[in-house]
Design a protein around this ligand. Structure first.
Ligand code: GLU
Length: 493
């Protein structure tokens, strides 16, 4: 009998996404239900986009949600390291083995050739893909070019004819013609693996039995299947989950919905309610009950009852469920939930340091400090009218800071100050005027405690949510405005 081992394999390239928690939840329940293990692996092979801050946030967010892993970069385990950037030598070995055994080849094609090829293919209406140019090189020529130090990548060989068939736990047999499968680069010129090689090697070495992941990876499955075959390994069972969608059915995106788990944490959603809601995405309890705990879900879990219609992530439904969870908590748990949310001494201390100098009476605390605890503020568009700024300028200030906030991996007082000063300077607006709409958007009043510090204390997600809220009120930029404003936020590092 195989031991069930599942994994979540996030790439640390941004904020922890609710889609990651959703996939992690299903992997977690499946493993727990079978008495198996759930593993967390960090897929940070994209060196340019991966950051340790993002990894940290992903770990924190998943832990906050209550999805604890048995093995991972922080807790270790028998298959360590669990961070792909520390496993370089392993991938190198397999890439060379594949070349040696004739399943992969060195490719010396330069970017210009590949780009020209892509354009020709596009003009002919063909699928873009590598044309096998370097497959024709003789062994002697390859050795010579390698010896001379010429840069190359390693690509996998892919049949040009026939159809790849594989089974998906939810979708049954899937067929994809090999002609649609590119001769994927496995090892880049810098010696680092691509997702495909690292993912297959690790899933095998970490003895993953079931790969449960989003449906956007279906088209990668043929490459993976072929790699398992070339390496003489058994492929794990595949299961591609339906993608979460916005209410308009488009793929869940941060343009339309907050997607960061940290946003939900800051806004005061209970982790139990968020998991409950994610559990209802494409799945339901056998008795159709709406409210259930993680433990209930594990006990009743049945992966084959996931339905494939795109599940809609709707905030009003989540609000309803969160309210139900709050209402039905016992008073001690309710108090603990509040403490865990915003009532920890460390947070309160920061807020108090901001307001102390402003209070005449202690009871003024709510007036001065209330916005540190609110979710969305109630604002009116008229409040943003400013004597020195046009309404377009007001919107551009809010939008540029929002962009800067979305791009920034770091978020503290110094960073906020740098962003505000740099943007004000680039936009040729006096800092004092630049800050006016921000006071309103962030604190809800035209004067408050120092707003840059408030932004640092409130945290990036809350700042982002409030800027967005103000922009929704005043009007999001048009395409033309976006283009005209974008240069102000270029290269803010
Ligand atoms: N690193 C991939 C991601 O970010 C993992 C995909 C998979 O589960 O194979 O989603």
């Amino acid at each position: 009998m195989t031991i069930v081992r599942t994994r979540i394999a996030p790439s640390p390239t941004g904020e922890p996404h609710v889609g990651t928690a959703y996939i992690a939840l299903f992997n977690f329940c499946f493993a727990r239900q079978h008495g198996g293990q759930f593993i967390l692996r960090i897929e940070d092979t994209d060196q340019q986009r991966s950051t340790p801050e993002s990894e940290q946030k992903i770990l924190e967010a998943l832990r906050w949600a209550g999805l604890n892993w048995d093995e991972g970069p922080d807790v270790g385990g028998p298959h360590a390291p669990y961070r792909q950037s520390e496993r370089g030598a392993i991938y190198l070995e397999y890439a060379h083995k594949l070349v040696h055994e004739g399943h992969a080849f060195h490719c010396f094609c330069k970017a210009e050739r590949l780009e020209a090829l892509r354009q020709q293919q596009q003009a002919r209406g063909e699928n873009p893909g590598y044309d096998g140019h370097c497959l024709q090189l003789s062994q002697a020529e390859v050795s010579e070019r390698l010896a001379s130090g010429e840069s190359s990548v390693i690509r996998m060989k892919v049949p040009r004819e026939g159809v790849c068939c594989f089974d998906d736990l939810l979708r049954g047999r899937i067929e994809i013609p090999w002609s649609q499968v590119d001769m994927q680069v496995l090892l880049k010129a810098d010696g680092l693996p691509t997702y495909h090689l690292a993912n297959v090697v690790d899933d095998h070495l970490m003895q993953i039995s079931h790969v449960i992941r989003g449906e956007e990876w279906i088209n990668s499955a043929p490459k993976h299947q072929l790699l398992y075959h070339y390496l003489g390994w058994q492929m794990p069972t595949l299961c591609h989950m339906p993608l979460l969608r916005n209410p308009d059915k488009s793929k869940l995106s941060k343009r339309k919905n907050p997607t960061s788990i940290l946003h939900y944490q800051r806004m005061g959603y209970l982790p139990e309610a968020l998991l409950n809601y994610l559990g209802r995405m494409g799945w339901s309890m056998p008795d159709e009950r709406e409210k259930f705990s993680l433990q209930d879900m594990i006990e009743a879990f049945d992966l084959s009852r996931v339905s494939l219609g795109g599940p809609i992530f709707a905030l009003d439904k989540l609000d309803w469920l969160n309210a139900l969870w709050i209402r039905e908590m016992n008073p001690q748990d309710f108090m603990q939930a509040l403490i865990r949310w915003r009532f920890q001494p460390a947070y309160i201390e920061q807020v108090l340091a901001q307001v102390q100098g402003r209070l005449q009476r202690l009871s003024d605390i709510v007036d001065w400090g209330g916005f540190f605890f609110r979710g969305q503020l109630s604002l009116q568009a008229e409040q943003f009218v400013h004597k020195k700024l046009s309404s377009t300028q007001v919107r551009s200030i809010l939008q540029c800071l929002l962009w800067a906030c979305e791009q920034s991996m770091l978020w503290d007082h110094e960073r906020v100050q740098f962003l505000c000063q740099t943007l004000a300077q680039r936009m040729e607006i006096k800092l004092r005027d630049f800050m006016a709409p921000l006071f309103l958007a962030i604190s809800g009043a035209s004067s408050s405690t120092p707003v840059m510090e408030a932004m640092a204390i409130l945290g990036q997600d809350m700042v982002r949510a409030r800027l967005r809220h103000a922009l929704d009120l005043l009007g999001r930029p048009s395409r033309e405005e976006e283009q005209a404003w974008a240069h102000w936020v270029a290269d803010l590092d």
